[in-house]
Each structure stands twice: as structure tokens, then as C-alpha cells.
Design a protein around this ligand. Structure first.
Ligand code: IMP
Length: 456
């Protein structure tokens, strides 16, 4: 069977940890979208692993696959694999031949466009990894796929077509000089050819290339347990998120079908677990109706709640809310229920894992944005445009706080011994989303997770 793990908010919900907790019985872990913009931290036997591309399961010796829906920077991929090897692991990572490769010019162009957009407050605050430009080339039918790196003739042909376009973009649209303002190697056919053929060679030598859907189909037929590991979250999905402050792929559950070649009916027979952080965090720009405090360069001028800065800093520090990839401080806010109702519908959640409950411990009260008011109307889900979302006034409900306790003991004993007020909070979320709770994260380690039910 399959289990699909999906972020229900804005990314950074702690998906890696839940993949890890349920990962023991899994045979294959597959990422279906995104690239090295993701950052997941896995703690295993006391050691912390920060990964951005390699699927979390690789830390546990599972087969990890980057599906066709991913955009793969081979340089990052090999750096991560080599680091894991140096730390004594033997990750078995495969890459779909249909996945698109990120090239150095994608990263450069990501930065250039963000600079231009920042003049109009349109910058998405991207991770700068070249994700958007790579998906643009995919949709524009000028991308270079992993399979192309294995064939020198095809690779050269593709580069000869696309690189002059990228050069023209830099020189004639951005009016910059290659070699002066931007790195010349990133726009040089010969250098790119040599480097990417080298990556192709290694992929081939190490038997990493797969025909993803076919591979997974055969594994499912053989009775394997497969986990689809979503990166980012529903509200930064290119179709269902807060466009244009989104990533360029589909983190939502439908992406698991498109991004791997396993049919939606197969995925629909399995489970779809929504990962929820017990409050909200956000890296990037755009509105955030339940935001507490503000972060320079990310919170809009008229946004946030500057009078709640102390509380925001407390949650940020307790929760370690600093980007895994970029180190940027994340914006934080109270839980946003309309966002979660939107996610529960768009993904068809069959279960929830609610993380970071411990971060809110010790407060007198905890609030949630239960609904929005927009033009005098009550909204229970997110409106379709980000401009409307920015106009939404959050209507809060207040819950009594719960004490800080010995969380690993709670995790060992089980759900029943969670502080009563914490259970009231969790049950409110579960009832509002009409979805059962499968797990509650009460700390960063795998032993600090209260497991209620396994989706497998
Ligand atoms: P990109 O994915 O680098 O193009 O960035 C687009 C938007 O998605 C920006 O607002 C990023 O901050 C956000 N984003 C991308 N990856 C992640 C992630 O793993 N966690 C949280 N936000 C992300």
C-alpha cells in the first residue's frame, strides 16, 4: 500500500520526522515534487541529519527515490550522498529519468528575477535554488532531464538550444554582462556539458537512474510498502496556495500521482496523512492573517502584530523557527484553521500528525484563528486570491494553556497522558477537520512522538 505525507500549511511542518517515525515498515520512500529548496531534519540514534534533496528514509537504509515531478540539482544530490557516506551510512538513492535537472543558470536567473520583483513587492522570497526557473523550462519544453544527462548527444543538443536563450535573457532583458555581473561558467555550453555529463556518468555508474512509475508499480505488485514524501506545504502549492508567493510545484496529494507515475486510484486506496504544526510558521513574503510580531523583509508593511513581538520571538526560539536551508528567521503565528480546512479538502486527509505541541507548553493561553471575516462575511476556508486573503481578519478562539511536562515520558505512555488542555486543543483540530489524529509530535526526536495509530 501507499502512504502519502503532505504538509498542510506553509512548509516546515516537520514532515521528515513523521516519515521517519512511520518509516520502519516502509520499503521505498519517494519524493514527488520540489528539489533542494526543501529542508528536512531527521534525528536518528542521537545524530541529526539535515537533508534537502535525499528522501528522509535514506537515513534508515530505505530505497529513496526522487520522482519525475522533482527538480534535481545533481551537485546537491551527490554532496548529500557523499556526506551521508562519510557519516557511515550507505544511502540507496535513485532518480527518475523523467525528473528535470537544475542547471547553474537556473539559480542565477532565480536570483535576478527575485531582485527585479522586490521593487514591486512581488518577490516570493525564494530559496534561490533555481526551482522556479527549472519548472518554467519544464513547462516550456526546453528543460534538461536526468535521462538526458546519460546521453552525450542529447545533452549537447539540448544545451545548444537552451543556453543561447539564457544568455540573451541575461544580456538583453536584464542588461547584465556575463562574466562581469554573473558567473560565466553558468552560461557556457562546454562547461555545462562537461559538468553534467560527469553527473550523468556517475548516475549511470551507480545504477541510480530509474523509470519511476514502472519501478514503483513493480514494487507495489510485489507487496512493498511505499511512502510518498511531500515537500513544502499546501498553502505554497502552485495551484492551491497563496499565488504568487508559492513554490513552483504541487506539494498537495495529487502531486504524488503526477510526480511519480503511480495512478491516483492506487494512491487513493492508501492513506494521506496531513502534517500540521501546532502553530504557524512561514518563510517568505505575502500576507499571513494570524501572524504574531513581524520579520523584516518578509512581513508586509501593514501586516503582522508588532505588539506581540515578544510572544513571536518566544515561539520562534522555542520552536527553532529558522530555515533549515537558509537559516532565515521564520515568521510565526497562531494556527490558521481556514488554511487547514482548505488543506484537508484539497488533499483528502485520512489522518493527521500534529507536531510541535511542546513548543506551546507553559503559556497561559493559546489561540487559534478559527475563521476569517472578509467584507463582513464569515469565511471558514481560504479565499481564492492572495489579495482577498490579505484582507481577511482572523477571528480567534482562545484555549487554556498546558504545562511543560516530561514529553518523552508522555510519548512512551501514550495519548491518554497528554495534559488535558492539550488534548482539548488537539481534539478541536481533529473535529474541525473531521480527521483522526494519528500522531502528536512533542519534541524533535523520533522517541518524542506520541503514536496513536500507524497508517500502514
Ligand atoms: P522556491 O521554492 O525556492 O521557488 O521558493 C518559493 C516560496 O516557497 C518561497 O516563499 C519559499 O520560502 C517557499 N519555500 C520553498 N521551499 C520551502 C520549504 O521547504 N519550506 C518552507 N517554505 C519553502
Amino acid at each position: 500500500m501507499t502512504v502519502t505525507i503532505v504538509g498542510s500549511q506553509l512548509g516546515d511542518e516537520g514532515k521528515g520526522g513523521i516519515v521517519d517515525v512511520y518509516g520502519d515498515v516502509v520499503d521505498v520512500v519517494v519524493r514527488y515534487q520540489g528539489g533542494d529548496n526543501a529542508g528536512h531534519t531527521v534525528v536518528y540514534e542521537g545524530d541529526e541529519y539535515k537533508l534537502s534533496l535525499v528522501p528522509s528514509g535514506a537515513v534508515r537504509g530505505k530505497i529513496g527515490i526522487l520522482g519525475n515531478g522533482c527538480v534535481v540539482n545533481p551537485k546537491t544530490l551527490f554532496e548529500e550522498i557523499d556526506t551521508l557516506k562519510e557519516r557511515g551510512l550507505s544511502p540507496d538513492v535513485r532518480v527518475a529519468e523523467r525528473a528535470h535537472a537544475i542547471l547553474p543558470y537556473h539559480r542565477v536567473l532565480d536570483g535576478l528575477e527575485e531582485d527585479v520583483k522586490s521593487d514591486d513587492n512581488l518577490a516570493a522570497g525564494t530559496t534561490g535554488r533555481g526551482i522556479g526557473p527549472t519548472y518554467e523550462d519544464k513547462a516550456g519544453r526546453r528543460g534538461i532531464r536526468i535521462g538526458d544527462l546519460l546521453d552525450a548527444e542529447v545533452l549537447r543538443e539540448r544545451l545548444e538550444y537552451v543556453v543561447p536563450q539564457k544568455r540573451a535573457l541575461v544580456e538583453d532583458v536584464y542588461n547584465l554582462e556575463i562574466g562581469e555581473d554573473v558567473d560565466a561558467d553558468a552560461f557556457d555550453i562546454e562547461t555545462l556539458f562537461e559538468t553534467y555529463r560527469g553527473f550523468g556518468d556517475r548516475i549511470e555508474r551507480e545504477g541510480m537512474a530509474v523509470n519511476c512509475g514502472d519501478f514503483l508499480g513493480r514494487r507495489l505488485d510485489a507487496g512493498d510498502e511505499i511512502m510518498f514524501e511531500g515537500a513544502q506545504g499546501t498553502s505554497i502549492d502552485i495551484d492551491h496556495g497563496i499565488y504568487p508567493y508559492v513554490t513552483s510545484s504541487n506539494p498537495t496529494a495529487g502531486g504524488a500521482a503526477v510526480g511519480t507515475g503511480v495512478g491516483p486510484t492506487v494512491i487513493g486506496q492508501g492513506e494521506v496523512v496531513g502534517i500540521v504544526k501546532a502553530y504557524l510558521s512561514r518563510v517568505g513574503t505575502g500576507p499571513l492573517p494570524t501572524e504574531l510580531g513581524s520579520v523584516d523583509g518578509q512581513t508586509p508593511a501593514d501586516g503582522g502584530r508588532p505588539d506581540e513581538s515578544e510572544l513571536a520571538t518566544y515561539i520562534r526560539d522555542e520552536g527553532g523557527e529558522y530555515g533549515t536551508v537558509t537559516g532565515r528567521p521564520r515568521r510565526v503565528g497562531w494556527l490558521d484553521m481556514p488554511m487547514l480546512r482548505h488543506a484537508a479538502r484539497a488533499n483528502g486527509f485520512t489522518g493527521l500528525a500534529i507536531n510541535h505541541l511542546d513548543v506551546l507548553a507553559g503559556m497561559d493561553e493559546v489561540k487559534v484563528g478559527h475563521s476569517y471575516t472578509l467584507d463582513g462575511d464569515e469565511l471558514l476556508t481560504m479565499p481564492p486570491t492572495t489579495e482577498q486573503w490579505g484582507e481577511c481578519e482572523a477571528e480567534f478562539r482562545t484555549f487554556d494553556g498546558w504545562p511543560d511536562v516530561e514529553w518523552s515520558d508522555v510519548a512512551e505512555t501514550g495519548y491518554d497522558v497528554l495534559p488535558e488542555n492539550a488534548k482539548t486543543y488537539l481534539e478541536y483540530i481533529s473535529e474541525e477537520l473531521a480527521t483522526p489524529i494519528y500522531a502528536v509530535g512533542v519534541g524533535p526526536g523520533r522517541e518524542e512522538t506520541v503514536i496513536v495509530e500507524s497508517p500502514f
